[in-house]
Design a protein around this ligand. Sequence first.
Ligand SMILES: C[S@@+](CC[C@H](N)C(=O)[O-])C[C@H]1O[C@@H](n2cnc3c(N)ncnc32)[C@H](O)[C@@H]1O
Length: 263
Amino acid sequence: MTATRPGEGLKTEKMQGHWVLARMGKRVLRPGGMDLTRRMLDALRIRESDEVVEFAPGMGVTARLTLALRPASYTAVERDEAAAKIVRGYLEGDGRRCVLGSAAETGLPAASATVVYGEAMLTMQTDETKRQIVREAARLLVPGGRYAIHEMCLQDGVEGDVRSDVERALTGVVHHGVKPLSVSEWRRLLEGGGFEVKAMETAPMALLEPARVIRDEGFFRALRFAFNVLRDHDARRRVFEMRRVFRRQRGRIAAVAIMAVRV
Ligand SMILES: C[S@@+](CC[C@H](N)C(=O)[O-])C[C@H]1O[C@@H](n2cnc3c(N)ncnc32)[C@H](O)[C@@H]1O
């Protein structure tokens, strides 16, 4: 049977945190919210001549902003079948597609893209898979092509036991591995993968703060999200637990967007 909703077949208490939020009607699942997404897109300067690849589009929110810029082509690579189906619902016309697969090994032709970006998808990978995904972005891009990421980051000075504590707390509450890097480590990851960093922006990690939810989702969708969460006992437990941990880690984590050019 094909999945129709992300996280299908899993109980809410076991589901990855982003799918709990998506099921409750939240569409924006990245740490720096839509403001940081817009700044990332500004830095990418997508034009009508661009061949764009998006890694892990999730609910397709950034996909829609990109499609409005009318790039020559748009290809999304999403590993969740239900999410891929949702994204396909936004795609019309030639040169627009969403393939099911991993960003670490897309199967797309080398040097076929001028822009690659991905949000809230590297933080959840191991160090080795992070490197593989960055290498894959470099393989897909032509020299001079632009690559942007939008991820969670550790604040300066979060190291050693404190860092392990942050990873443990986030992983425990989100129900999958969460390994954010510091801003300088994200930069080194991209430089080590054949990129030159051109622009960097940070924002607070406020994914579940009411003001951010309203800004990201709009007033009525935010209200519906709140209503859905409040009437579902298991989801309410998960969402409140996530927010509690995010708040407790507030001084230690943030969001970063980086735009880099393939050397
Ligand atoms: C936290 S959600 C973020 C979704 C969306 N980018 C956003 O910011 O709202 C993580 C997404 O990454 C996708 N994902 C995780 N690892 C992936 C991989 N190796 N290849 C493709 N998609 C992946 C998940 O299926 C999910 O859609």
